[in-house]
Design a protein around this ligand. Structure first.
Ligand code: ZN
Length: 103
């Protein structure tokens, strides 16, 4: 079961942005990498176009391997391990292994 989903709040546990939190805005490569809002930014030079006269340098989010991310639990205020369970109606849910809160 995929642990990280779109709109999850995650914390980076490895790399230059270690310890920072953000919201997952998309998943790529079958969920192997995630794009997290405002994190793992890379500066790119943007060329001027006729529609946009500004050009210059912009920051874009680079994909992060999901193995470097952990779900951030609002109740625990820390990154936590996530468990999965199937409810009686067959719907899969995820829960925080620390406080057992459904995510
Ligand atoms: Zn928790």
């Amino acid at each position: 079961m995929q642990k990280i989903k779109k709109n999850d709040i995650v914390q980076i546990i490895k790399g230059k942005d270690k310890g920072k939190q953000g919201k997952v805005i998309s998943l790529i490569e079958d969920g192997a990498r995630a794009i997290v809002e405002g994190l793992n930014l890379s500066k790119k030079h943007k060329r001027q176009s006729r529609q946009d006269q500004k050009g210059g340098i912009i920051s874009i989010e680079m994909p992060i391997s999901v193995s470097n991310l952990m779900i951030f639990c609002k109740h625990c205020s820390k990154p936590v391990r996530v468990g999965a369970m199937v409810a009686k109606d067959g719907v899969k849910t995820r829960f925080c292994k620390v406080c057992k809160e459904v995510l």
